[in-house]
Design a protein around this ligand. Structure first.
Ligand SMILES: [Zn+2]
Length: 432
């Protein structure tokens, strides 16, 4: 049977989802074994689950208030401490086993009764906005506006609401559920990576709450950030003719790089030169000039081969102009694989169950063999991992960021259903 109407928030307009979901090529059909889907709509008839879903709806105004409070505690990457303390206090109030690890992640464990898989949720606490940015939230009808409000305060509030609703309804799971407010997601998934490395083998499944509602990501977009620098001695303009010139080398290098053709059918790739730097006066050859490169692909082989090709073209340009060159690796987020390479992940119960729950709640269930969230750190380590959305919204990483309030409720209810389904209810059969 389907959900009683009151229990689930108003469904999202299909059009809004279609507009927000990225245009993607049609998925190749896959044979999904039916047993991979652990969700059955009958779970909604179990009194504790129905009660938890209703509790979320009844207390949604409080969730929104808390969402705002979380957002108004500034938390630039590496400066999440104060927000983290607040999140830890909320987890403690719910009786979770709370700890803060060596990098600053806030971890709240909700113990299961045993014999079930460990399910980890991660919502990153950090934002891209420097300390001093006005993070005051303005409410505008059904919309909240503030830097960071969508990415990712919404997810932190959703995650805490799930823990609370489970407690209120007395839900017990077999597996442990671990809620993590992660740090430094925006600067290379550092917090998530740290936790996975310190807790190898603990997570059976990882769910990052991040991104817009509607898409389920089960892959990992590899992202390489590199600064390339050209160096020479410099000279006054009057004596510059024919001398080694970092800027001329840089100009050629950038041109050569943009002549690279991305091969077809290997998962695709994209790159961008986003920052230029060097020189300080009109009348001299600068001693150095640099550019940044942002290179992305889901295909690890393609990513590395393009990276090598870029490096070769930088070397060629430097040599042609008689200048030295060097590079500085800013970050390396590994790629998870193409759709074909991730075929086994696509049929994993985590992915299939999430797809089924999203389908049932009519939240949109676009599957993507890609992603740029904390889930990436799990994907590349072989931990079954997905990212699910937190609400509708837009303009993240800009000062005009906004989030749609009502859509955070079904997003949260979907997380609750994922939890009771995948960590397995202790008090009754969840599915077939
Ligand atoms: Zn994010």
């Amino acid at each position: 049977m389907s959900l009683p109407r009151r229990t689930v928030a108003p469904l999202l307009p299909a059009l809004a989802l279609a507009l927000l979901a990225p245009a993607l090529p049609a998925q190749t059909p896959v044979q999904v074994p039916p047993e991979a889907n652990r969700f059955s709509p009958q779970v909604l008839d179990i009194p504790s689950v129905a009660q938890a879903l209703e509790w979320l709806e009844e207390h949604f105004d409080d969730q929104v208030e808390e969402w705002i409070r979380i957002n108004e505690i500034p938390a630039p990457s590496r400066m999440e401490e104060e927000r983290g303390r607040y999140v830890a206090s909320l987890m403690e109030a719910e009786g979770l086993e709370v700890s803060v690890d060596g990098i600053g992640n806030v971890i709240g464990v909700r113990r299961g009764v045993g014999d079930g898989p460990t399910l980890v949720f991660a919502s990153h606490m950090d934002t891209v906005f420097p300390m001093g940015t006005d993070v005051t939230v303005r409410r505008d009808g059904d919309v909240l506006r503030a830097p960071g409000i969508w990415d990712n305060s919404a997810a932190v509030a959703n995650m805490l609401a799930v823990a609370r609703a489970m407690n209120a309804a007395g839900i017990r799971t077999r597996g442990d559920v671990i809620f993590i407010g992660t740090v430094q997601e925006e600067i290379g998934l550092n917090g998530m990576t740290y936790w996975l490395e310190e807790n190898e083998g603990v997570a059976d499944m990882l769910v990052a709450i991040d991104g817009g509602l509607g898409a389920i990501s089960y892959g990992a977009l590899g992202i390489y950030w590199t600064i390339y620098r050209f160096h020479a001695e410099g000279a006054h303009t009057n004596r510059s003719a024919g001398r080694p010139h970092p800027v001329r080398a840089l100009a050629d290098a950038v041109r050569y790089i943009y002549e690279i053709e991305i091969p077809e059918g290997q998962g695709g790739a994209v790159f961008n030169v986003g920052m230029l730097d060097g020189g300080s006066i009109f009348n001299a050859i600068p001693e150095q000039a640099s550019f940044s490169l942002d290179l992305r692909s889901v295909n690890p082989v393609l990513l590395d081969s393009l990276n090598a090709e870029i490096e070769a073209r930088v070397a060629r340009a430097a040599e042609a102009h008689g200048v030295e060159w060097s590079m500085e690796i800013d970050s390396r987020s590994q790629a998870g694989g193409t759709e074909e390479q991730l075929a086994d992940r696509r049929i994993h119960p985590l992915v299939v169950t999430a797809e089924s729950i999203y389908g049932h709640l009519e939240l949109g269930n676009t599957l993507r063999a890609s992603g740029s969230t904390d889930a990436n750190a799990g994907v590349v380590r072989g931990v079954p991992s997905i990212a699910v959305g937190r609400s509708l919204g837009g303009d993240n990483h800009t000062l005009s960021e906004w989030a749609d309030i009502p859509s955070a409720l079904p997003a949260t209810q979907a997380v609750l259903l994922l939890t009771v389904t995948l960590a397995e209810l202790a008090d009754g059969p969840v599915s077939q």
